[in-house]
Write a protein that binds this ligand. Structure first.
Ligand code: FES
Length: 125
């Protein structure tokens, strides 16, 4: 089965083909992986913005709808994708989660933000 590595935390998870990057992230949230998903994964918000550092060519091209939503994201790059719309195919992926997405995750999880602030953690990770 293909693997997705989340660079920010150096966490790797094995997933079935067809699994989205967001779904993979949720499986390893207990290891610190944070991908925001304010709209619930329906391609309406851009808070799940990630950069596919390796394996970009193995995934399907973004739909027009995904590109429209990505246009509203911050710091968009040629390898930008929405985590909720990008399904792993046969190849492994290496993904960097955008700062925008990590911030959104903390916005969605205020208790985790307070706890991380109390521990003096870097909230960009
Ligand atoms: Fe909203 Fe992906 S979670 S666009």
């Amino acid at each position: 089965m293909p693997k997705i590595t989340f660079l920010n935390w150096d966490v790797t998870v094995e997933v079935e083909p067809g699994t989205t990057i967001l779904e993979a992230a949720e499986r390893v949230e207990d290891k610190g992986v944070k991908v925001g998903h304010s709209c619930g994964g329906v391609c309406a918000c851009s808070t799940c913005h990630v950069y596919v550092r390796q394996g970009y060519d193995s995934v399907e091209e973004p739909s027009d709808r995904e590109e429209d939503i990505l246009d509203k994201a911050f710091d968009v790059r040629p390898v930008s994708r929405l985590g909720c719309q990008t399904e792993v195919a046969g190849a492994d992926l290496v993904v960097e989660v955008s700062e925008e997405s990590i911030k959104a995750w903390y916005d969605e999880n205020p208790d985790a933000r307070r706890a991380a602030e109390a521990r003096g953690e870097d909230l960009k990770k």
